[in-house]
Design a protein around this ligand. Structure first.
Ligand SMILES: [Zn+2]
Ligand SMILES: [Zn+2]
Ligand SMILES: [Zn+2]
Length: 320
């Protein structure tokens, strides 16, 4: 029903650290308690749906339960993870555990894909050997699931504009309501028609929706883990911005990466004119200012060179 931990959903958030102000917000604690209730509530509904799915023989209910299971997991890990992630860095763990957010999101997205594969295999099997579905069990439980969704939408509605993560969670929830309506629809139809295939069609639709959402999260987490430059940031433009700083003749060894969804790091070497005329501190200050203003990059390591301290891979000296 609801995904996104504040953390895992933040993968799509481009604005740096929007959630930060949250901790000083007077209502943040109430929001945290509301979130706990949503977690508990959704966990109960997930379990009910799964058991009822097995009892009634409805695969649509089982796959909806699978999706909800991963949502609940995301919420719990996000809730607990937030405490871990904000632990103070140590000398050894100098980044703290901030990247744990990305690992959690990746594990969760992969588990959704696994659940999706299970449902597809099961659907193929049932397509070959159609079994009966007890609409008398399916319909009431599907209705409970739908009301659970609507209830969560109402609870989170108040907080949805607080930050990007909560907004993403709210949108996800609204989207989940659609799949709940589809499962209720299956129950209603099965009361009147023995169209067991409809159950399979709806379960496959739910799988498509789940996997579709997971692929984006998997891509983004792999990008962070493989230290690629953030998707919303063009490394060429960053390079140009550094070159545009007065007294910078050349820039090389540029690395831009992020530790989690919103903290970007940068390191590079720049060549400045030789001699006392160039104040290297001024160059560093100017580069940092440009990087923060244009790209929101605040963690930088800039090595200033006046001579050929390092060589490019082709053997040419780096400073012209
Ligand atoms: Zn969901
Ligand atoms: Zn310093
Ligand atoms: Zn260099």
């Amino acid at each position: 029903m609801i995904i996104g931990t504040a953390k895992s959903k933040g993968l799509h958030g481009k604005e740096p650290n929007l959630s930060h102000g949250e901790h000083h917000h007077p209502h943040a604690r109430t929001a945290g308690r509301r979130l706990l209730w949503v977690i508990l509530f959704n966990a109960i509904i997930t379990l009910t749906e799964y058991v009822a799915g097995l009892l009634s023989g409805s695969l649509a209910l089982v796959s909806d339960a699978g999706h909800n299971f991963s949502d609940v997991l995301a919420l719990i890990l996000g809730y607990a993870g937030e405490k871990v992630v904000e632990r103070q860095p140590t000398a050894r763990y100098s980044f703290g555990l901030r990247r744990a957010e990305v690992l959690i999101a990746l594990v969760n997205a992969l588990s959704l894909v696994a659940i999706g594969a299970y449902v597809v295999i099961e659907a193929v099997d049932r397509f070959r050997n159609p079994a009966e579905i007890d609409a008398g069990i399916l319909l009431p439980v599907a209705l409970v699931g739908l009301f659970g969704n609507l209830f969560s939408v109402l609870i989170l509605r108040r907080d949805r504009n607080r930050n990007l993560n909560l907004r993403a969670a709210f949108l996800h929830l609204a989207f989940d309501t659609l799949s709940s309506i589809a499962v209720v629809g299956v129950g209603v139809v099965l009361l009147f028609q023995p169209w067991v295939w409809l159950d399979l069609v709806v379960s496959l639709l739910i799988v498509v929706m789940m996997v579709w959402g997971s692929i984006g999260v998997i891509n983004e987490s792999l990008r962070v883990i493989l230290q690629a430059a953030p998707s919303g940031l063009d490394p060429e433009k960053v390079h140009e911005a550094i070159l545009a700083v007065p007294n910078v003749r050349e820039a090389h060894g540029l690395h831009v990466w992020s530790v989690n969804s919103n903290e970007v790091f940068l390191s590079c070497h720049v060549c400045v004119s030789n001699g006392d005329a160039t104040d290297t501190d001024q160059v560093i200050v100017a580069i940092n200012k440009a990087l923060e203003e244009s790209f929101g990059i605040r963690h930088t390591t800039v090595q200033v060179e006046t001579a050929n301290l390092c060589r490019h891979r082709n053997g040419a000296g780096c400073c012209p």
